[in-house]
Design a protein around this ligand. Structure first.
Ligand code: DGY
Length: 334
């Protein structure tokens, strides 16, 4: 490709990513990487996008209608993640901007972490570790640190897409009975039973959330749903914090209705330093690391780069959150 073409294709990458993927992008385009430890603040993002042809964005970058309107050359937003709730999809589609994302490659890593949180919360692993470190392990005792069985219990999956189904497989490996929310997928897993929300909440010892954040799913688990849950059940959330009404969850934890929560996501993120959830021993919180394995993040970065190159080649990417988009400047080579 002639060097002048490379200069014309400007790609803004909002955080450092896997070096192999970045090199591939650099070989084909003029790349600027935001080197800050924190995401680019809104003014820096706007200024970079004013002249960019593509952005390789993170779920922490808010790409709303205003930002999109200020990016007249932008042809593709390539998000490093499966969720695209940080992007105004309608505004991007109207502007002819493809929104790429990275489903599939992070399914197992996310389900692994969700199951880890389920175990850590149910069997009090994080709390027990804190006790040992605090010098509180004085003897074996018959009635202390008693948790909840994982094997032979019932799990209810809210969302039965790829990650929900991967969670079902893990749960079955542990001898759990698996329920999932009816109509959340057309795909089946042998042995998993589709039920309505009230039954799922009433019968599950563990409830695990695997739906994207949309206007429909925001706060879909609130006071009413906690009241329907089996007393002492445990909630696991590796999807998005705002699917759960966090104030209602805190109240349910305090009242004992909810026996514990294993959370990889909170609302907001990061969770405030003095959030009362951090004072509860039956809450395990990780900092949104569902897809954070070395191999998974490398695969995500490779796909995110591929999604950009596809658009520069004039095609709607295969992994596109708005596949109906009519690409802006489709005939422009650069
Ligand atoms: C996603 O992919 O949406 C996760 O939340 C980050 O990996």
């Amino acid at each position: 490709m002639p060097p002048t073409d490379r200069v014309r294709r400007k790609v803004f990458v909002t955080r450092a990513i896997d070096s192999t993927a970045l090199e591939r992008l650099r070989a084909a385009t003029a790349v600027t990487v935001w080197r800050g430890e924190m995401p680019p603040p809104a003014p820096a993002l706007r200024s970079a996008l004013a002249s960019a042809d593509a952005v390789l964005s993170m779920i922490t970058d808010k790409l709303d209608a205003g930002v999109i309107a200020g990016a007249p050359r932008l042809r593709v937003i390539s998000n490093l993640g499966v969720g695209v709730d940080n992007i105004d999809l309608e505004a991007a589609t109207r502007a002819g901007i493809a929104v790429g994302h990275t489903p599939g490659v992070l399914t197992d890593a996310t389900a692994d972490l969700a199951f880890g949180l389920l175990m850590a919360t149910g069997r009090r692993i994080a709390e027990a570790d804190r006790q040992v470190r605090a010098g509180m392990w004085r003897t074996w005792a018959p009635m202390t640190m008693l948790g909840h069985d994982v094997h032979s219990s019932t799990i209810g999956l809210i969302g039965f897409g790829a990650i929900g189904r991967a969670m079902a497989q893990r749960a079955m490996g542990f001898g759990m009975r698996v329920l999932y929310l009816k109509h959340s997928s057309s795909q089946r897993v042998a042995g998993a039973v589709a039920v309505g929300l009230p039954r799922l909440l009433a019968e599950s010892d563990y409830v695990s959330i695997h739906v994207p954040l949309t206007v429909k799913t925001r706060h879909m688990i609130g006071a009413r749903e906690f009241a329907l849950m089996k007393p002492g059940a445990i909630l696991v959330n590796t999807a998005r914090g705002a699917v759960v009404d966090q104030a209602a969850m805190l109240a349910a934890l305090k009242s004992g209705r909810l026996g514990g929560a294993g959370l990889d996501v909170t609302d907001p993120e990061p969770i405030a330093r003095h959030d009362p959830l951090l004072r509860l021993d039956n809450v395990v919180i990780t900092p949104h690391i569902g897809s954070a394995s070395i191999a998974t993040r490398a695969r995500m970065a490779a796909i995110a780069v591929e999604n950009i190159l596809e658009v520069f080649a004039g095609r709607v990417p295969r992994l596109c959150a708005n596949p109906q988009v009519r690409l802006r400047h489709p005939n422009e080579i650069a």
